[in-house]
Write a protein that binds this ligand. Structure first.
Ligand code: Z5A
Ligand code: MG
Length: 212
């Protein structure tokens, strides 16, 4: 057990447009960290395993219809229901690699035309990431990748709006990664950035809260 003064884990989020490579790179990062002896877990939002997550999943696959505000709040609730476990893990020294977080929540809803400040409000007080890795890719290039077009938001014009909304959310915790390069090259770059960040968290950087 962790007695409180022990090093904490880092909260590291991957964001980016659909098909930018978040899930591929998150999985590779966790394998890498585990391989060099770090305690790390792969998390993703939406977490489709909870009852809220199942409502979200039905919505995304067009099996159900929901008002834009309602689905926004469900995505946020899906993060809040994982908050205490997230904090417990971080405090016990486990680094969390999280595939999408509040930035996806705000960017996708704001891209539909909802007010940006309204979209940010329910995220207030969630643990703030120590690092956001933004996998940057032009929407046209992402659309050329496999599997695009199966779910509700996977349309080119909409993805362009999402990209603009992501841009408005950038802050000093973000690192912009060129996601058009080969997977292995991106993987190597992320490993270096993440290791530096984990070390910085271990030397006592407190967990802050959104939107700081
Ligand atoms: N959403 C929301 O509205 N509000 C919220 O709060 C949250 C989410 C959290 C489902 O998310 C939707 O929910 C999403 C946002 C919204 N909108 N949509 N659509 P999801 O995470 O379940 O989406 P996904 O379908 O699992 O994955 P993705 O994000 O679209 O893709 P990705 O994870 O970024 O990419 P990938 O799966 O790693 O790679 C995609 C393909 O590209 C695959 O064939 C790879 O082999 C290939 N790939 C990856 N990297 C490369 C490179 N470097 N070169 C060439 N090919 C590559
Ligand atoms: Mg994914």
């Amino acid at each position: 057990g962790n007695k409180g003064n022990d090093p904490r884990g880092a909260l590291i989020v991957l964001e980016g447009l659909d098909r930018s490579g978040k899930s591929s790179q998150s999985a590779r990062l966790v394998s890498y960290l585990e391989g060099i002896g770090h305690s790390a877990e792969l998390w993703r939002f939406p977490d489709r395993t909870t009852s809220v997550g199942q409502m979200i999943s039905a919505y995304l696959s067009n099996e159900s219809q929901l008002d834009d505000h309602t689905i926004h709040l469900l995505f946020s609730a899906n993060r809040w229901e994982k908050r205490s476990l997230m904090e417990t893990k971080l405090k016990s020294g486990t680094t969390l690699i999280v595939d999408r977080y509040s930035y996806s929540g705000v960017a996708f809803s704001a891209a539909k035309g909802l007010d940006l400040h309204w979209c940010k409000a329910p995220e207030f007080g969630l643990p703030a990431p120590d690092l956001v890795l933004y996998l940057d890719i032009p929407p046209e290039k992402a659309a050329e990748r496999g599997g695009y077009g199966d779910e509700r938001y996977e349309q080119l014009e909409f993805q362009k709006k999402v990209a603009e909304c992501y841009h408005a959310l950038r802050d000093s915790s973000w690192k912009i990664i060129d996601a058009c390069r080969p997977m292995e090259e991106i993987e190597k770059q992320l490993q270096g950035i993440v290791l530096d960040n984990i070390v910085a968290c271990k030397v006592g950087k407190p967990i802050s809260q959104l939107w700081s």
